[in-house]
Design a protein around this ligand. Structure first.
Ligand code: GLU
Ligand code: MG
Length: 450
């Protein structure tokens, strides 16, 4: 695809009457943050970037900086935009945004830059002759505020019910319009099981674009809710008495030209290569959780019998398996062959999460790992011996446990790099502690922030 140039960006900005352009990055806690350049200063800023104090990456989702990371008031990097991510934001009119890499003053990617970490894994895959496609399915609750500012769900419809479609229509039809204006292709939309719970999926893209687009999807969900005076939350478990919000990740692995899906073998079964890739992901699942389900709230969602995955296992068409191999589509068998990682939620940094999942898969390929036996029923219904046969141990049950698993996984720690891993674990541990003190505060804070 042709890359956007500086002139393309300036032309579009002028055409749409844009006066501010957000330079955005996503921190370890999935907060989307940034600074704006005015339009007259944009051309220069694209080259120079905008300065950012390193201490920003030490912030947790309570906006409390963690000085143990060694990051604080001293030291700067540059937010350097990727022009291909330029988009006019329909929910704010005269503002556009670009997603940035965090570049050190020596002009090299900063060791703590999440987006650069993903680029590194994409390059690693490319060096093995592989390219990755990915897509996220984002679940969210939609509602309005009652007189006390409390959440009232937009519907109490049944799962996939048309009543839910009708009641959410004012929001959802505008959402689809706003997404398409930003060139995010909606794949499917439907009301989910929970009251006021809905799901939007965006068509698959190359790995980096899939993450960039997911960031813009969540920005749009929140921006539109504000515009319509509604409430939206993608938090993993915003309400104790309702299902959780997943953000399932689908991925496929292709040859370097994107022509042949290497997961595909005949009869809807994974290829030898696909089995190795899955084996790598399953092997690293306990550690991966620390980056795919990385909030205190995540662990309220990951319970047996909630279709969110609670065991370290995989299976064909099995919605209780952490890694599901979905059935393929008639006439598109090869192209639609993919794997779904279910233990992913919207509190992740998508770049870190996808980088680590790709790295895990590649580890399986390099080592020619064989996956354990696939699980053919709900793993919670297996006997202890049967679970053992499939290696289906319970996944970490708290954020702290997941962080401990991450620290113990030498390969994943190496994938993150020492500096990023160290800061990440400190920031996330601070959350594990802070949110353990008051359940109501934890729930309301995650509802609001995600
Ligand atoms: N809401 C479920 C979750 O927490 C997923 C339901 C589904 O399979 O789409 O992951
Ligand atoms: Mg769903």
């Amino acid at each position: 695809m042709q890359k956007k140039t500086k002139d393309d960006v300036m032309e579009t900005a002028n055409k749409f009457g844009v006066n501010l352009v957000r330079f955005l990055y996503v921190d370890f806690c999935s907060m989307v943050r940034g600074k704006n350049s005015s339009l007259p200063r944009l051309k220069d800023r694209i080259d120079t970037g905008i300065g950012l104090v390193k201490g920003q990456l030490a912030m947790n989702s309570l906006d409390k900086p963690q000085s143990d990371t060694g990051l604080g008031a001293v030291g700067e990097v540059r937010m350097v935009p990727d022009l291909d991510t330029f988009t006019v934001l329909p929910f704010v009119g005269t503002t556009a945004s670009m997603i940035c890499d965090l570049i050190d003053l020596d002009k090299k990617p900063w060791a703590l830059c999440p987006r650069s970490l993903l680029k590194k894994q994409i390059a690693e895959a490319a060096s093995m002759g592989l390219s990755i496609q990915a897509a996220f399915e984002t679940e969210f609750f939609l509602g309005s505020k009652d007189f006390d500012g409390r959440f009232v769900s937009v519907d109490n419809s049944v799962c996939f019910g048309t009543d839910g479609m009708n009641r959410a229509n004012r929001y959802v039809s505008k959402l689809v319009d706003y997404l398409h204006r930003q060139r995010l292709q909606v794949e499917q939309y439907y009301p989910e099981l929970g009251h006021g719970q809905h799901e939007v999926s965006i068509s698959h893209q190359t790995a980096l674009a899939a993450c960039d687009q997911w960031v813009m999807l969540r920005e749009t969900l929140r921006g539109l809710a504000l515009e319509q005076d509604m409430l939206v939350t993608c938090a993993p478990k915003p309400f104790e008495d309702q299902p959780g919000n997943g953000c399932h990740l689908h991925l496929s692995v292709w040859d370097q030209f994107g022509e042949r899906n290497l997961l595909w073998a005949d009869e809807g079964r994974l290829s030898e290569f696909g089995l190795q890739f899955v084996a790598g992901i399953v092997e690293h699942l306990p550690a991966l959780l620390a980056v795919t389900c990385p909030s205190f709230n995540s662990y309220r969602r990951l319970k047996p019998k909630h279709w969110s995955s609670a065991y370290k296992c995989w299976g064909y068409e099995n919605r209780e398996a952490a890694v599901r191999v979905p059935s393929v589509y008639w006439g598109h068998e090869m192209a639609s062959s993919n794997i779904e990682v279910k233990c992913v939620d919207a509190t992740m940094n998508p770049y870190i999460a996808l980088a680590c999942i790709i790295a895990a898969g590649l580890d399986g390929v390099r080592k020619k790992l064989k996956p354990p036996k696939p699980v053919t029923i709900d793993p919670a219904d297996l006997s202890d011996e049967e679970r053992e046969e499939c290696g289906a141990v319970r996944l970490p049950e708290t954020l702290q446990q997941a962080l401990t698993e991450l620290e113990a996984d030498v390969y994943m720690m190496k994938t993150l790099g020492e500096e990023l891993a160290n800061a990440y674990i400190i920031v996330k541990s601070s959350e594990a502690e802070a949110y353990s003190l008051d359940q109501d505060f934890e729930l309301s804070h995650h509802r609001m922030r995600y």
